[in-house]
Design a protein around this ligand. Sequence first.
Ligand SMILES: Cc1cc2nc3c(=O)[nH]c(=O)nc-3n(C[C@H](O)[C@H](O)[C@H](O)COP(=O)(O)OP(=O)(O)OC[C@H]3O[C@@H](n4cnc5c(N)ncnc54)[C@H](O)[C@@H]3O)c2cc1C
Length: 445
Amino acid sequence: MQSPLLKRAIVIGGSIAGLLSAKVLSDYFEEVVIVERDVVARHPTERTGVPQSPQPHILLTHGYRLLKGFVPSLKDDLLAAGAVPIDWGQDFQSFVFGDWSAVSNEPTGLESFSCTRPLLEAVIRQHVEQLSNVRRLSPYRVEALVGSGSKVTGIRCKRSKGETDEQTVEADLVVDASGRSSNALTWLEAIGASVPACELVNAQLGYATQRYRIPDRWDEDWKVLLVTHRPPKLTKLGYLARVENNELIATLGGYCQQYPPLEQSEFLAFAQQLPSARFHEVISHLSPISEIKAYRATANRLYRYERLVTMPNGFIAIGDSVCALCPAYGQGLTTSAMSALTLRDWLLANAKKSQVGDSLTFQKQLAKQIKPAWSAATNNDAGFLRAEAIAKKSPIARLLGLYRRRLVAKIHTDSELALALTKVAHMVDSPLTLLHPKLLSKAFM
Ligand SMILES: Cc1cc2nc3c(=O)[nH]c(=O)nc-3n(C[C@H](O)[C@H](O)[C@H](O)COP(=O)(O)OP(=O)(O)OC[C@H]3O[C@@H](n4cnc5c(N)ncnc54)[C@H](O)[C@@H]3O)c2cc1C
């Protein structure tokens, strides 16, 4: 721990971005208060404040590696809780361009875990909330910022259940980590601050998810299986993942408002419409152990804080509250971890001055970090939006898109190529690595 800079930091929202931020802040503040609107159980549970919690959450390898830096016991804790270790080069099978991609016969080091979202969150929470200077105020909902257009000095919150108790909590720094449904723009407007512009790329994807019991005799050689979508015509996707407690998460997705149904026989019928029959074959032999749960608020939504001319100091925004990505690319957990690292760098840069830094500088640094993830998700989803979106793509983006397609078309027989693309998807390697001469020659062979 550094010598604490300032007295108190408040984090709005005790989910992934909030917990990781609290961990970082605990090194610089005497006290960190996480204000969370939900009642939070000790054990992993789905909760209303995180409506996406029943849905599948891929933990990309880059995200897993970063999370281990925040929670050193992460691997042991996940193993102890029954999470399924996965090598994405060996244990992941994806159906793309009409066939299954080649898998590696040997360990590839592209590791992480497959588990439910509530389990991952619970493991991170256990680690962060045991820090002596971190406390949680819950169930309390933040209703307003306190301060002016030039400086935020705290928050006002109200007890979520019963709505009787109201509190004002002062702070040197308020971090908004309240997710996709953040009210920060309303709060900023109310204190006379400027609000950021919003960018939206909405390909209208809907998920429907059901959990199944895995039988004792299970001969499948994969841990995660994906039947992918492909703009503009293939609007449906299917995702199966082994998770803790010998369960399988089965998710159907439909772009362009072709939402998967919530009734059992219709769910199975939708699965039969996927380009591969395998998803349907697997689930039709298993017993469901949950109802089918839908989620449809999946637009890529970016608040451009970094483009503001002024922003009140003492307030920053992080995680999905700034950049909420379409879930089909599994990047949100990883970008949350990257954002927390940006927070660490920003705090460190100002540590010697014993003051919280300029908020706009933080948002600019954050924008740089999340740009590749935003571009990857929106460039792909834009393919479902036809002419209007194609016009937005730069010629270079279009050329790279075509090149990438040539590579993907060859991954059915080339496990080395499949691994190179998976590494990019897992944010371990830069997309520029795909321009390596060896891959260029494979593409045009
Ligand atoms: C359907 C779906 C599937 C996804 N799948 C993946 C995936 O496969 N891989 C991946 O990496 N990411 C995935 N994501 C993204 C991932 O869920 C988020 O990026 C991640 O949870 C980080 O979000 P966050 O912590 O910023 O916000 P959230 O996780 O949304 O949490 C916000 C928190 O703020 C609290 N809160 C909200 N308002 C207030 C208030 N006023 N006062 C107090 N507390 C408040 C909420 O209760 C909640 O705890 C998916 C998202 C969706 C929607």
